[in-house]
Ligand binder design. Structure first.
Ligand code: ATP
Ligand code: MG
Length: 253
């Protein structure tokens, strides 16, 4: 019998009460009404730790993007509790939520969305420039983040001069430039070849473990499952099982 982490949420919480970056309880999300109603989430209980990379995996349509969108404060749940970095997201208004995201949450998506006419450092500096920081200071911070992702020597390169993996690393630098406590990533390796995908996952895990952030990564890619500290398997809008890093081989993928 595999030693899966199947104990009730309440027991897991008791183990390390101060370490949760995210706590979801009974989260549901409905889209549409009447005959068009879709139950995207049907009762998600999940805690996410600081200092770990948590993977969300499961078949297309099972609710992964919906769940991270709620966690990141981009979408409101229909019912349930959601606490992120000690903020009760069901109680804060949309204006405050926008500020919360800008200050604390970094985003990485499948598409890097780099601006083609800006170099790597300028692209990575964008969140700081938007927040009104002086350009020189913003670019300096961005270069520090490029250093973190191993691209210090490509600061002046345009996106078109970089490989897909390098462009994704610039996007990661851009997400880190605000120094977020939470990083949410939706299919960050989907457009990458196997080797670049592994580099990106290694990097994201380092971000979690070495800088004590909570990193949540949605992925279909079973080649990268072993990078997760915990792998949350979703099905039909709920959490089916949670695997630890050393249990990946037990997964039926
Ligand atoms: N804005 C929306 N309006 C209506 N239905 C939606 C909306 N967003 C998502 N859904 C539905 O909710 C369910 C969950 O979608 P979600 O995008 O969270 O799945 P996913 O696990 O991320 O899938 P994939 O792996 O294909 O990205 C799906 O049935 C989807 O069609
Ligand atoms: Mg999705």
């Amino acid at each position: 019998m595999p030693a899966l982490l199947e104990q009730p949420v309440a027991l897991r919480k008791a183990a390390s009460v101060d370490r949760f970056a995210v706590r979801c309880q009974g989260l549901t999300k409905e889209f549409g009404t009447g005959d068009n109603k879709v139950m995207a989430l049907s009762g998600v209980d999940l805690d996410v730790n600081y200092g770990e990379m948590t993977l969300l995996v499961g078949p297309s349509g099972c609710g992964k993007t919906t769940l991270i969108s709620i966690i990141a404060g981009l979408l409101n749940p229909t019912t349930g509790q959601i606490e992120v970095l000690d903020n009760d997201l069901t109680r804060i208004g949309n204006g405050k939520k926008t500020r919360f995201r800008g200050e604390y949450v970094g985003f990485v998506f499948q598409q890097y969305n780099l601006l083609p006419s800006l170099n790597a450092a300028e692209n990575a500096a964008i969140p700081l420039l938007i927040s009104g920081m002086d350009r020189r200071k913003a670019v300096k911070k961005a270069v520090e983040c490029l250093e973190l992702v191993g691209l210090h020597n490509r600061a002046h390169s345009l996106p078109s001069q970089l490989s897909g993996g390098q462009q994704q690393r610039v996007a990661i630098a851009r997400s880190l430039v605000i120094n977020p406590k939470l990083l949410v990533c939706d299919e960050p390796t989907a457009a990458l070849d196997a080797k670049s995908g592994q580099t990106v996952m290694q990097l994201l895990r380092q971000v979690a473990v070495q800088t004590d952030r909570a990193v949540i990564v949605v992925t279909h890619d079973n080649r990268v499952f072993s990078y997760g500290d915990r792998i949350v398997e979703m099905e039909d809008g709920y959490v089916k099982r949670i695997y630890r890093r050393d249990e990946v081989h037990l997964m039926g993928h």
